[in-house]
Write a protein that binds this ligand. Structure first.
Ligand code: UT7
Length: 327
């Protein structure tokens, strides 16, 4: 049994924050942000919206394209680290919102690599015969955890959700072909973390004053790690498959910084046109970035049947991973 990607969906909140808007909040400029990150704007969740609203809308779009009713979904996995609440899981809230009454549901946190991990978990449930239809969602409300006074992070992040419906299929030549998942927990968590709000540092007056409920990042260390690991992860998945880089039609990378993608193109000796990029419009949406870019590429007609595509991501933890799919 194999997992086929039956459909994709995504949702971006309506409100847009431009680089010029940010320049009114912190000491930065449109020119610096474009040049150093490739970002022009980001979508921002509305005051009355939640992560599960974004996830449910992306899921509904995917279900509509699959022509599947919510009752037919056996499992919902939401990859996120910015869920509605610590308890219960966002996946159970999504289950209610989309009326997937027969589905099991859980969240998965692998930071920006979350969607690759979740897709691989969903794939295993299908390959083992345990489930037939799995809804895999990457959804983030990152701006709820953004310190708007920290120019080192606030310029990078945006909100949104992307989803795919996986289904059981007898055909080995399409769908998910191979996956590689990796982690290195030995690096300092300070490189990319939300220090307070978990069980190691409970919320307190002091933690709020010190902005410890917001994301903190050592941009330089993460940049060095990401630029190296994106190439290693692509090479690792190629080694697992019978393909070489020349056989791959597109790479859909985590949208963290355009310079990381450009350096990967350079090291792999392939043109930038082979990468699907939307960082200029959506910024870094963590676990949502790969499925949003995938859905946009499917809907724009860029991806054709039988195209071979590598999805690749990296992030906090540290975590990284890649998946080779055939559309
Ligand atoms: O999704 C998880 C993975 N995340 C990532 O992959 C993010 C990886 N990191 C990055 O993308 C980059 O490190 C950033 C975009 C965050 C920063 O770019 P950079 O080229 O690494 O900048 P930098 O931190 O080396 O700073 C260069 C200069 C510094 O000034 P001095 O010391 O040279 O005078 C900074 O203070 O730019 C300054 N700077 C800024 N200037 C204007 C830093 N942030 C800003 C800003 N606007 N927003």
């Amino acid at each position: 049994m194999y997992s086929k990607i039956l459909s994709t969906g995504s949702y971006l909140p309506e409100k847009i924050l431009t680089n010029n808007d940010l320049a009114e909040l912190v000491d930065t400029s449109d020119e610096w942000i474009r040049k150093r990150s490739g970002i022009n704007q980001r979508h921002i969740i509305a005051e009355n919206e939640t992560n599960s609203d974004l996830a449910a809308k992306a899921a509904e779009n995917a279900l509509k394209s699959a022509n599947l009713s919510p009752e037919e979904i056996d499992l919902i996995i939401v990859a996120t680290f910015t869920g509605d609440k610590l308890l219960p899981s966002t996946a159970t809230i999504v289950q209610k919102k989309i009326n997937a009454v027969n589905a099991a549901a859980f969240d998965l946190n692998a930071a920006c690599t979350g969607f690759i991990y979740a897709l691989t978990v969903g794939d295993q449930f299908i390959k083992s015969g345990f489930y037939k239809n799995v809804l895999v969602i990457g959804s983030e409300a990152l701006t709820r955890f953004t310190n708007w006074k920290d120019r080192g992070t606030c310029i990078l992040f945006g909100d949104g959700a992307g989803a795919v419906v996986l289904t059981r299929d007898a055909n080995a030549d399409s769908g998910i072909q191979h996956s590689c998942l990796n982690a290195d927990g030995s690096k300092p968590t300070e490189w990319l973390e939300i220090p307070a709000g978990g069980s190691s540092k409970q919320p307190s007056h002091r933690s709020v004053i010190e902005n410890e409920h917001y994301m903190r990042m050592n941009g330089k260390e993460i940049y060095k790690f990401a630029s190296k690991i994106i190439v290693e992860s692509i090479n690792e998945i190629l080694m697992k498959s019978d393909f070489c880089i020349g056989d791959i039609d597109y790479i859909i990378p985590h949208q963290a910084n355009i310079r990381i993608i450009e350096s990967a193109a350079d090291k792999l000796c392939i043109p930038m046109e082979r990468f699907i990029v939307n960082i200029d419009q959506c910024a870094n949406t963590s676990a949502a970035s790969v499925p949003i870019a995938l859905d946009q590429a499917v809907r724009s007609g860029k991806l054709k049947k039988n195209d071979k595509i590598i999805l690749v991501a990296f992030g906090g933890g540290l975590t990284w991973g890649s998946t080779l799919i055939v559309i």
